[in-house]
Structures are given as C-alpha cells and as structure tokens.
Design a protein around this ligand. Sequence first.
Ligand code: NAP
Length: 353
Amino acid sequence: MSPLKSILVIGATGAQGMAVVRSLSRSRRYAVRAMTRSDSSADAKLISSWPNVSLFIGDCFNEADLRKAFSGVHGAFVNTNGYVTGEKGEIYWGIRMYEIAVRAGVKHWVWGSLDYSTKLGGWHERFKCGHYDGKGKVADWVLAQPRSPMASSVLTSGPYMELLFEFMLPRPPKAPGEPYVFVAPLGSGAVPLIHLEDLGEYGLYLFDNPSTNGLDLKVATQHVHWAELASTFTKVTGKPAEYLDVSLEEYMDKYYPAGKKAVTRKIGTDRKDPTLLTWGQNFSGFWNLFKESGGNKGLVRRDYEMLDRIHPGRVKSVGEWMKKVGYEGQPRPVLKDWVDGGIAKGERVEARL
Ligand SMILES: NC(=O)c1ccc[n+]([C@@H]2O[C@H](COP(=O)([O-])OP(=O)(O)OC[C@H]3O[C@@H](n4cnc5c(N)ncnc54)[C@H](OP(=O)(O)O)[C@@H]3O)[C@@H](O)[C@H]2O)c1
C-alpha cells in the first residue's frame, strides 16, 4: 500500500485546482485523485504526467460519481464551479458533497471558497455576487459543523492575479507611444488578487496541518489598487499605462471583457432558473465589493502578516508577480472555461503555472 495520503481534488483541471494538484504532487507527501470529466483534455493530460497524480473520470454533479470519487481517500479539496451551477446549485452541491464525503470516511475536507459578498456588504443588494455568495454560504455551513467526524478547513481566496492576462487584461495602446489602459469600475478600491502558485501552497499547508480544522484561511497576494497597478506596470515594463475608472454602467456597456452580449446572459446551465443572475448583475456585486475594500481597511480584508508566517516565500506584490511571470500586458488563456459571450472558449495549458 502507498505510504502517501490520498487527496481527491474536485475541479482539478481548472486554474485553481491545477495549482493545488501541483503543490500536493511536488510535496511528494500526497497521492492525488484528480476528478475530471475527460481524460483527453490537454489539462487532464498535463496533470496526470505529474508525480503521484491519477485521473478520476466523473461528473462532480452526479452522486454516483461522487460516492466513488470520495471512497478511500484521506482528504478532499473541493472547488465546485459556480459558473456552471449558479449560486443555488453551488449551495446544494457544496453541502451534498460534504455529506457524501463524511459517509465515505474522508478525514479532512478543504472547501475552496470566496468571501460572502452580500453578508460583508451588510446585506445590501448591491453587493450580491452569486459566485461569491454561493461559496461563502457553504463555507459558513461547513464551519458550523463542529461535531462532524470529518475535519474541515476553508480556503477563501479571491480573483487570481493571473486574470491580468485575461479578465483584467489592460486595453492595448491605440497607437505607438499611447498608454496601456487598465479599466475598472473600482474608484479608489482594491482587489485582493492571489497568485495561483501560492494558492496551491496554502492548500498544501491545510492538508499538512490537520489542526486547521475549523479554520477559514483567507488568502491574497496583495490588495491591488488600479492606479498602483498601472504605475507598477510602467515601472516593471517601461511601457506607459493608466487607470481608467469608469461607472458600472459604462463598464458593462463598453468594457465588459467577454463582450456586451454576455452582460445580459445568465450564469448557470439551466437558463430558465429564475434565481440565476446575469453576468452583468453578478459582476456588479463583485466590483461593488472591491470598490469598498481599499487599503485592506474595507469590506474584504486579509492578514498579510499571518500569510507571511504560513508561507514566507510567497509573492508579496503585483510588481514581484509581473517580474516572475514576464508580464507585459499580453493576453494568455487562464481559465479552462473562460466564457466569451456566454460560450466557453476551450482549454488552456500551463498559462498560470
Ligand atoms: N476566476 C477567479 O479568479 C476565481 C478565483 C477564486 C475562485 N474562483 C471560483 O473557481 C471556480 C472555477 O474554477 P477555476 O477558477 O479553476 O475555473 P476553470 O479554470 O474554468 O476550471 C473549471 C473547472 O471546473 C470543472 N468542471 C466544470 N463542470 C464540471 C462538472 N460538471 N463536473 C466536474 N468538473 C467540472 C472543470 O473540469 P473538467 O472540464 O476537466 O471536467 C475544470 O476543472 C468558480 O466557482 C469560481 O467562482 C474563481
């Protein structure tokens, strides 16, 4: 029998899951069971080439597949895809997966989460963001099960720093000498971006430390203000850049990265479900949350001193990240299911590794 503890990763071929799989694999302390619907995608092939990683073919929104997937593993890292389910589906499946994992005898469950936006915003509707609220509600529920036989930790992250290659890509110069333009409806707020490789290391930390049972580890690389993002970009690349602060209406009308048509499309597969938000509604809540998170003093906060203690080698700033990854404002695919106009574009490989 292998001396390695086995960990099921749900969402293993995604930007986030892949980072966690890689950290677990590199540690040589874990055998990873990576759940995916297809072993023929480039991402599945890549992760299965890493040491101690095997694929488990199944659909994470199918109970029979889940029972098999959880069977015999020590731990589970669960990042459901809220863009597939919508908020209601994510709450149902997050809790249902937990129940199935307990019955399967899983010892340590780690829920890949996001900040509960509506709650942080004092329950005001303008902060409603389905893919944040769904995960945040499941996190609250998970942490409210102290008598569970299964240890549970939450890993609350935020927008990936790598989204600067995709969703948060600056607009290129209109003519030589003109600036790159970082557009956001952010005012003087800040986005707590997280470098994916470090996110993977925090996942590893949680499995290495079962005493994190009951902990909600909230991670980020830095609260990034967009004016500072533009000036850092210039400092690192030598290219001129500016921040264009726009209203939410302007952003959705002129600058929404997946195109104007996507703004009114619903997030989730069952388009008739009346609880589903449109991409425009969802990302209005998202930007409103971060608009009020400037200086690490607003709605979304992180304890960076604690993160330094847990992971002293972490990337500490967006400038450091730009140098590390050779960032020049160039596009690169990041999300496996990046949605352009409501249609998944397809897969990307290694872009955020
Ligand atoms: N974008 C961000 O900055 C960010 C930050 C933090 C959290 N999140 C959250 O992360 C989630 C998305 O994960 P990601 O960022 O890693 O996206 P991604 O790169 O687009 O990956 C999507 C993942 O979902 C899996 N998946 C989709 N439908 C599935 C199904 N029916 N059964 C099994 N697996 C399924 C895909 O697996 P296969 O295709 O291989 O089956 C793939 O691993 C969302 O809930 C989002 O809210 C996103």
